[in-house]
Design a protein around this ligand. Structure first.
Ligand SMILES: Cc1ncc(COP(=O)(O)O)c(C=O)c1O
Length: 678
């Protein structure tokens, strides 16, 4: 265990230039420190100053007194401490600042012994008179702070990063009950010299102790009298100002968004909500700070109306799993467009797709197609009601825009109470909540429709238990795999978790961006579609049918899904590591599976934090919505770039929270939720 005092000293103080060489009773101020600290038992004594010309004298004086020396970056005190730790292989550093000529070696020794005894990473004496300051810091923590600390205050004052870290074992060591920290005996202003000299003179010796100074002040408080009052908190306020300016400077320059905003004004008069989908609308994008419309997409890049490009992870709400405008799919679609898309008779291609689904999805014996996820979830519900002759539906998750489901949400305007009363909700991973529904609505529930998995893992065989319960109560089980399908595995979450439902709904990724969805399931139930009305003009439109065939074949033949898991794992784990490294666990979190996860923010300010994160990501070329739907173009380079950006932007959010600057840093409108909290 190698211990060392590192005394930081410089002549460049703005409040008191050349104070280190100022005379105190016939000796230079720094010499008081050097002499007094000689009595402390440590392995090394080092003066760390700057490499500036004005600090040469400090080096000479230190060498004369047989101290080791180190000259480092004048602007970065923390780096000087790190250099001391490295150059002298220090395990434990006693940090003393040059503005404490009265420093008491006994007190220093006491602090050091206590830190070693308690094996803390950081110890500071608290409540003592200002001017006797001692900190004891483990060398490894100085190196860690040096590597991670960014704020000016953290670089200048060495210990703030460590003091703020929840991971450091800290001891705020009180050596007396009374708080005397308001008494100022450090050497910050020329006026301080007078009082320090006065104290040394009255004590009349060189080896006075801290206790003797305390006693003297108690007996003769008038010795602290000053001609001129010193400003209160000046150093702290300066540091705060510097930190805030630094945080502001971390923001990238605003994006050019003129065309986006002009288009927004026009669209407002033409399209309610300015979008066909709530989650693509301006509710989800910070108006004024990020783009609102897209011109085109290729791979995982989007280009906005102002020609800015962004890496995207939302990927058309999870639809474009192979990337935007993916050539092998386009080729098939283009060919089909030239052969006609909607006819008087069904196309033979429908059978080809149904056959492919049967080969791929465990529960699929027969299939019907729709355009949106809502088409097929609603078809499933109608089919289940027809099959069972029952009217109630139990649901869990999101299932689309139709009355039967949206009546359970906060956006339920326009939906009659009678319709709402027929859909019952239960909680994911809470099997009792479903059991209660089956008890209360005995023999009246037609089906359980649920997302087999969202961002939460199914726990304690939840899916198996739902399967058993539905069988026991004669209800159908419908897996809504609109999101999980062709993503968790080629055969969907049912294949991934090994639980086979009666019916299942697919959409989104199935056609890589073309409008196609499917309801699949057991023949015995599916055959009822001979009677149940599920029928519309564009149901068998061939461009979308072939896009699904091409997409599924590509996913299968090129083993895309395992690759998405791999890339997602890297990205998700690295984001998690960033959050942990920055100790932001109480601000941000990632949740979900590697192929599809969310990055979101904590607490009542979460939407503001998300707004700020989105704003700074957009400026750095990433369109952030929180969703990470992994897709084929998310290769190593894209993942690297994303992590670089998140690394920077996390800092902004973290500092904004720490310094209460979130509102100040937000440049656009604050995001709004599509559904309010219930
Ligand atoms: C799980 C789930 N089911 C159904 C739907 C409805 O699909 P669509 O919006 O294509 O109608 C969605 C849409 O996001 C969904 O996430």
């Amino acid at each position: 265990m190698k211990t060392g005092i590192v005394l930081q000293a410089r002549n460049g103080s703005t409040r008191f230039p050349y104070k280190m060489v100022a005379d105190i009773n016939g000796r230079k101020s720094i010499e008081w420190l050097l002499k007094r600290l000689e009595k402390v038992k440590v392995n090394e004594r080092i003066v760390a100053t700057s490499w500036k010309e004005e600090d040469r004298d400090i080096l000479k004086i230190a060498e004369y007194h047989n101290w080791k020396t180190l000259a480092g970056d004048p602007e970065d005190v923390l780096s000087r401490y790190a250099k001391a730790v490295e150059d002298f292989s220090l395990d434990v550093v006693v940090r003393i600042t040059g503005d404490c000529p009265l420093i008491d070696p006994e007190l220093v020794q006491k602090a050091l012994s206590k830190a070693l005894e308690e094996d803390v990473d950081y110890l500071v004496l608290t409540g003592i008179i200002d001017g006797f300051d001692v900190e004891v810091i483990k060398g490894e923590w100085i190196l860690r702070a040096h590597q991670k600390a960014k704020l000016p205050s953290e670089r200048e004052h060495v210990s703030p990063y460590i003091r703020k870290s929840k991971k450091a074992k800290k001891l705020f060591y009180k050596i007396h009950e009374e708080d005397l920290s308001h008494i100022h005996l450090s050497l910050d202003y020329p006026e301080d010299l007078v009082i320090i000299e006065r104290i040394i003179k009255i004590l009349g010796k060189e080896d006075f102790t801290y206790e003797e100074v305390v006693k003297l002040i108690k007996e003769k408080p008038e010795i602290l009298k000053r001609e001129k009052e010193i400003p209160v908190n000046e150093g702290y306020l300066k540091s705060l100002r510097q930190d805030k300016d630094f945080i502001r400077s971390l923001r990238a320059k605003p994006l050019k968004l003129e065309n986006s905003l002009r288009h927004f004004e026009k669209t407002k008069t033409l399209i309610p909500n300015c979008s066909q989908t709530f989650s693509k609308s301006y509710l989800q994008f910070s108006v004024g700070a990020v783009p609102l419309f897209v011109k085109e997409g290729k791979g995982c890049y989007l280009t906005d109306l102002d020609e800015n490009t962004y890496i995207d992870y939302t990927m058309g709400l999870g639809a474009c799993i192979l990337g935007y405008a993916f050539e092998p799919v386009i080729e098939r679609v283009e060919k089909e467009l030239r052969r006609g898309t909607v006819f008087t008779l069904p196309s033979y291609l429908e059978t080809e797709l149904a056959e492919l689904l049967r080969e791929t999805i465990p529960c699929c014996e027969m299939a019907r197609f729709g355009k949106n996820g809502s088409d097929v979830t609603s078809a499933g519900v109608r089919l289940a009601r027809a099959y069972t002759g029952r009217k109630y539906i139990a649901c869990c998750g999101y299932h689309g825009w139709q009355d039967w489901y949206i009546g359970t949400t906060t956006r339920d305007r326009g939906i009659p109470e009678e319709v709402k009363s027929l859909t019952l909700s239960f909680e994911y991973n809470n099997i009792q909540s479903l059991e209660r529904l089956f008890e209360e609505y005995k023999n009246q529930i037609a089906c359980v429709i649920m997302e087999p998995v969202g961002v939460e893992e199914p726990k304690e065989d939840f899916l198996q238990k739902v399967r058993e319960l539905t069988q026991k109560h004669g209800a159908l089980l419908i897996f809504d795999e609109v999101v999980s399908g062709f993503r968790f595995s080629l055969g969907g979450a049912q294949e991934y978790f090994g639980v086979v439902p009666d019916l299942a709904c697919f959409g989104k990724a199935m056609g890589n961006g073309m409008p196609i969805s499917a309801i699949v399931g057991r023949s015995e139930i599916m055959e009822l579609f001979e009677e149940v009305f599920f029928s519309f003009t564009f149901g068998g439109e061939t461009a979308s049918i072939v896009s699904a065939i091409a997409t599924i074949q590509y996913l299968r033949d090129k083993k895309v899904i395992p690759y998405l898991w791999e890339q997602g794992k890297r990205l998700k784990q690295s984001i998690q590591k960033l959050i942990e490294d920055k100790e932001m666990e109480d601000i941000a979190f990632v949740k979900g599976y590697d192929v599809r996860f969310l990055l979101d923010f904590v607490g009542e300010n979460s939407l503001k934090l998300k707004t700020l994160f989105q704003q700074e990501c957009a400026k750095r070329g990433i369109l952030f919505t929180g969703s990470h739907n992994m897709a084929l173009p998310h290769d190593d380079k894209i993942v690297e770039k994303t992590l670089e950006v998140y690394d920077e932007v996390f800092d902004i959010v973290k500092f904004a929270v720490e310094y209460d600057m979130v509102d100040e840093l937000i440049e656009g409108q604050i995001l709004q939720p599509v559904f309010r909290k219930m």
